[in-house]
Design a binder for this molecule. Structure first.
Ligand code: URA
Length: 263
């Protein structure tokens, strides 16, 4: 027991050191404004459209879904983006990480979590879980960059949270991705993703560190995808004190992935 505790303390210290090195590279950002996430954006009130004939009752095809998203103009974000940011990682991943929406770097590169938050997410995956981004799947609630001024996609500091309308328009794509991947669990990164996916209007500090059932039964009754909310990596960049809680959350995830059940 003593040895286990000592090992856990060593793990935590190594994780904090790695993240500290990473955090030191980045100046602390401004606190992001929190959008009002209306209950209406919850999937239960926004069911998936009937599957298209190509999708049928089977799992959707990720390549054609990605193509659909690339050409999507269901909301104004589709007219301002440089690139749609569909998702990245393994199409058979057991865990899907879900963020809020692409920022400047993601819009330019067409890949989620490639900016400062993404680099930190990669470090967390590697240090606590021993995983690479290609071992998991990473996606966002909205697939295009929400900009304060859509006419200046080249400007920095142009990010804003997605509106409820943008979330509603994009929401079904994530469920289609989940139907294709069939993950055992989802990790929601931050309060926007958590509120949208769980339909609960509580802050992330209250929601994190506990398992929930995804309310949309994508695989029939009795087969819920488990959902674990944790802090958004951007929150760790602003407040390094949150990294310990994030470590606890990632340990819960590790245990679930190793044992196939909640400890
Ligand atoms: N923040 C997000 O929520 N998603 C990204 O892809 C990048 C930053």
């Amino acid at each position: 027991m003593k040895r286990e505790l000592a090992a856990a303390a060593r793990d935590l210290a190594a994780y904090i050191k790695t993240l500290d090195e990473n955090l030191a590279e980045f100046p602390r950002g401004e606190a992001a404004p929190q959008p009002k996430i209306a209950a209406a954006v919850h999937a239960a009130e926004n069911p998936l459209p009937a599957p298209s004939s190509s999708a049928g009752p089977e799992a959707p095809d990720m390549a054609s879904l990605s193509e659909t998203v690339k050409n999507c103009r269901k909301c104004p974000l589709g007219y301002a983006r440089l690139n749609a940011v569909f998702g990245v990682g393994s199409d058979t991943a057991r865990v899907v990480f879900v963020g809020e929406g692409p920022g400047f770097q993601e819009d330019h590169q067409g890949e989620p979590f490639v900016g400062r938050s993404g680099q930190l997410l990669d470090k967390i995956l590697e240090t606590v879980l021993g995983l690479k981004r290609s071992d998991v799947y990473i996606a966002n609630i909205v697939k295009c960059h929400p900009m304060k001024n859509p006419e200046t996609p080249e400007a920095h500091g142009n990010d804003r949270p997605p509106t409820p309308e943008e979330i509603s328009a994009c929401r079904p794509y994530l469920d289609e991705q989940l139907r294709a991947i069939k993950p055992a669990c989802i990790v929601t990164l931050g309060s926007v993703a958590t509120k949208v996916l769980l339909g609960m209007d509580k802050g992330i500090s209250v929601m994190r560190g506990q398992w929930y059932d995804y309310p949309v039964e994508l695989f029939g009754p009795g087969h819920p995808i488990k959902v674990l909310p944790t802090y958004h990596p951007a929150a760790l960049l602003r407040n390094p004190n949150l990294k310990r809680d994030t470590w606890e959350d990632m340990k819960m995830l590790k245990s679930f992935l190793e044992n196939g059940k909640i400890a």
